[in-house]
Design a protein around this ligand. Sequence first.
Ligand SMILES: [Zn+2]
Ligand SMILES: [Zn+2]
Length: 236
Amino acid sequence: MPATSDPARLALDLATLGWHILPLSLASKRPLANCTACRNQHGNPTHQADTCPCLAAGGWCHGVRAATTDQARITAWWRREPQAVPGAAAGPSGLVLIDIDAHSGQHPPMLATGLLPGIDLAAEPIPRTAWENPAGFRDGRDSLTLLARLRGGPRPWPPGPGHQPVTAATPSGGTHLWYQAPAEGLRQALADPQGRYGLAWQVDLKAGWSYGIAPGATTTAGLSRSCWAWPAGLPP
Ligand SMILES: [Zn+2]
Ligand SMILES: [Zn+2]
């Protein structure tokens, strides 16, 4: 992975690798704001990213929909906003982002069905002691470990170099795992406190028109360190 503290350089290097890049605000980590003309069209159903003249003209309007691998466009964006944080659009880059939170939070009201949305743990062939104690689930790392256990391995997905992610330790203590996406069929699934959605409690699946802070990017909170190694705190 590219290693640089220069956001423009990182954006260009990742784009060379086929990552579709968009500029994020240093303060909010959200896409840079639309231009006034697009803001004034907010809520107008006939004003769409597909046909917005700003994108064709090289603007960054419409957030993730502006993401590109175009070197000239990326160069122009960072000349205009040198402090912008590079973000990467998942689907257009052929990637999926597994976003593992590491902050304490409220447990889902029903552990059996809320730790792994879509799975009723009470009906699965694992002992109740594996999931019935809330103290065993500090954050997303523990719920992902449970998913791995349910799948009978140290990780919830197959081992081997074909399933090796680009990982980034985020400044807030979380972990991003960027994987190659399957050809189709993945949709964003964001975890919620009720345990109805997401890959697991405190684990988001970001796919399609989702984006994440690019691995290697520096935010106000610090560096999102990227590496090829498996992150500490997850099942080895
Ligand atoms: Zn615009
Ligand atoms: Zn527009």
